[in-house]
Design a protein. Sequence first.
Length: 512
Amino acid sequence: MKAVTTDRRPTTSLLAGLALVALIVHLLTIHRYGYFRDEFYYIACARHLDFGYVDLPPLSALLLRIEMILFGSSLFALRIFPALASALTIALTGMLARELGGRRWAITLAGTGMLGSLFFLAVGNFYSPNLYEPLFWTGPIYLLCRIINGAPPRNLIWFGLVLGLGIQNKHSMVFFGVAIALAILLTPERRQFARKWIWLGGLIALVIILPNLIWQIERGWPTWVLLHGIAKSNKNVVLTPWGFFSQQIILMNPATFPLWFGGLVWLLASGEGRRYRLVAFTYLIALAEFIVMHGKNYYLAPAYPTLFAAGGVAFERIFAQRFRWLRPAIVALIIGSAVVLGPVVLPILSPEKLLAYMRAIHFEVPRTETSHTAALPQLYADQFGWEEMVRSVARVYASLPPEEQKHAAIFCQNYGEAGAIDFFGRKFGLPPALSGHQNYFYWGPGNYTGEIMIVLDDDATDERDQFGSVEDRGRIESSPWAMPWEQRLHILVCRDLKIPLREFWPKVRVWL
């Protein structure tokens, strides 16, 4: 039996309208503060294109390189793709709601839920692989639902293509792939495994990820080494199962909880929704995976567009005859809560006003890392102080004799500092930065010998053991809103490394 079909033409303008609203919201706010720490690193990766990196596959770096070629690297230009991806995600969510049998109200509710989601508001405002992830999770679900509704099984070729590209965007897509495979096995759609199309799609996915797979094998699986190191460290906040789930409610906006949770119940319990219950099984299996692995609270976020779509259909059906006024009331509630909570995830207010506002509404976004002790949310704190830091380093570099400047290297403790030096340092005449953090380790020490190095560190204890002489030039300039440990950095002029830099280099690796 086929699902109820709908006329797609009247809803196309609705999909476009919802996507346009998201695009406008982000275009109005993406340039409010500054570059986010990780954006400097992604820019560096985009300038060192490869088939892989220690902590990410190559696709997002390639797309960023394309974006910079098209638009440049200004703050606004860097965040055009995030804004567009956010809009496309909302459109795809509406398309999925329509595929599940929804009409105008279902699409409106699904799109409004996405517009009011705190996570999706935040992730559409800066560049990261996370911005593409909801598209790569929702796309395969949409294709499977189309097949359930009678589309030719050869659509599984597109399924494999999207899955492969998703893994090339972020390795966590593998966990989604496992979840969706198990979900298919638990439903009548397991018959697809007896057909050639799903295997052909899997082969296409394998071909797409093969370059990154070879890159990992040749280097001894650095991403696995990184993840193993993080698991043994105290870097991430470890959540209980209930803590993980409760933070999903916060990240998605508490006002949207009835919508997406209602969608989950509809998929599992209703006669019409059970037709698509593999969507619910995929979510529940992925939820279990990230709880068991103590994943960060936002790792499951790409699954929610599918539940918003299902929730839109569920609420449209439930209130089709009676209590029809509840549908616009739900939309108003979500929009109202998004307006109230939006300043916490969108840079609308100044830092001073934001802190006062968060105190007034008694709300803040949960931490994901134990070291986050800044007054502002981490997303904001990591956007302050970078150009001031580079300017401080540039003054010290300019104070060196010309002969020393020719040989001076700048060493940073993490990719945020190194990326900022590389990005802002060009206008100050600084050389490229060195670091042992993440993929900076693979980019190596270049031709530097270690005879003179400007090192950023919070104290000179290690450097006094490693160099013949160390001169502390004092703390960097920073911003009071930056991360506390970045404000404490000292600029150390170090001379005469006791071991040749190339021999010393393996000791500087930090994959965490």
